[in-house]
Design a protein around this ligand. Structure first.
Ligand code: NAD
Ligand code: MG
Length: 373
């Protein structure tokens, strides 16, 4: 049997580690081409050795010597920096997991598509920033569109779904970094509490499926067992039900079009008893309102929104912004850049996306500095 050549971008993260868990269970079926990470050199090197990867790459240029040392004697090549990440993604592979967090995942993901790999796209920021480009590049691997009338994206509500609104400005980093149902990277966990994660998913859904924004709904579902619903023209709703375990989605993408047995819990619905739902509250989660504005604007507004969000999140993590100020900063950046014109209306090329991203980060940093000063 020919082995499938696999690359994992963001291998040391939550999605990356779940992907590696699945690969290790059937290691003979795969040839691992490249693994990438950032600061966690020990994990990156250990996995590269365990899976006998051709190359391991850290995003951090200043960690190249550490990575080399950790791989000494293994015969595995080491590289570092943004260009090396993209080069690794461009190495011939059959299947590439895109699980870098943030807009940093865009260029490597594009490189993987360009070399003809099937891209398993966990990095939702790619679609938010440059949906049209991604789909154009992926055209030959494109998914079929479903005759869907509405798409309902569920959200657990994150850490603060039951907090009094007045307490939200005082939420701490530790409180925002703990998710009631899912074990994920820190950034997406905080984005779940603020619902910026759901905002990204709404925009991602619009870009990927090409459905109009009014057909995309968000539903708060605290148990996180229904992951999404689609509604058909006849009024039927189909729900995807399963345990809160990302190996489900990753395994689906890894084995598609087959459905193989996966090492995930089997739900006992009788024991669970009941599932609950609530309408999302945009006073609690202004990110959901901002997502609607971004979709209405289109073009590079997604790149601006994501970059402002990443910068505001950096500000919250660093202790420069309180929790509710993140959405205020993002809204200000959107308004400023919209008023400045041009940037948001420019055509979608990777260069224009990068320029909009750069301008939005700068605008967000300026706003944050002014608020602090
Ligand atoms: P994580 O923080 O656990 O891991 C991020 C990975 O990206 C790590 O390998 C890290 O080394 C790498 N990385 C970080 N900054 C980088 C940079 N500047 N350049 C290159 N590499 C960098 O994140 P995660 O929870 O695994 O999420 C990864 C992506 O998957 C995100 O886009 C997230 O929205 C998406 N996603 C995650 C989940 C989940 O359950 N965790 C579910 C759906 C989608
Ligand atoms: Mg999700």
């Amino acid at each position: 049997m020919t082995r499938r050549r696999i690359t994992i971008l963001g291998a040391t993260g939550s999605i990356g580690q779940n992907t590696i868990d699945l690969i290790k269970r059937d290691a003979d079926a795969y040839d691992v081409v490249a693994l990438t990470g950032a600061g966690n050199i020990a994990q990156l090197a250990a996995d590269a050795r365990a899976l006998n990867a051709d190359v391991a790459v850290t995003a951090n240029e200043d960690r190249l010597d550490d990575l080399r040392a950790a791989l000494a004697g293994s015969g595995i090549a080491a590289a570092a920096g943004q260009a090396a990440l993209t080069e690794a993604a461009a190495r011939p592979a059959d299947w590439v997991m895109s699980a870098i967090v943030g807009a940093a995942g865009l260029a490597p993901g594009m490189a993987a598509l360009e070399q003809g790999a099937t891209l398993a796209l966990a990095n939702k920021e790619s679609l938010v920033c440059a949906g049209a480009l991604i789909l154009e590049t992926a055209a030959k691997h494109d998914a079929r569109l479903l005759p869907v009338e509405r798409i309902v994206i569920t959200a657990s509500g994150g850490a603060f779904r039951d907090w009094p609104l007045a307490d939200l400005p005082n939420a701490t980093l530790a409180q925002a970094s703990s998710h009631p149902n899912w074990d994920m990277g820190q950034r997406i966990t905080i984005d779940s509490a603020s619902m910026f994660n759901k905002a990204l998913e709404v925009i991602e859904t619009r870009e990927y499926f090409g459905v109009s924004p009014d057909k995309i709904e968000v539903l708060v579902h605290p148990e996180s067992m229904i992951h999404a619903l689609v509604g058909f023209h006849d009024g039927a709703l189909m729900a995807h039900v399963g345990p809160a375990d990302m190996r489900h989605a990753i395994g689906y993408a890894l084995h598609w079009p087959d459905r193989r047995a996966l090492p995930v819990e089997r739900l006992d619905l009788a024991a669970i008893g009941s599932l609950t739902f609530r309408a999302p509250d945009t006073d609690r989660w202004p990110a959901l309102r901002l997502a609607r504005e971004v979709m209405a604007r289109g073009g590079l507004a997604g790149a601006v929104f994501n970059a402002a969000k990443e910068t505001a999140l950096d500000g919250f993590i660093a202790g420069h912004l309180n929790f509710t100020a993140m959405a205020e900063v993002v809204e200000l950046v959107l308004t400023q850049m919209d008023a400045a014109g041009g940037h948001i209306d420019a055509s979608m090329t990777l260069d224009n996306v990068a320029a909009a991203d750069h301008l939005a980060r700068k605008a967000a940093r300026d706003i944050i500095a002014k608020r602090a000063g």
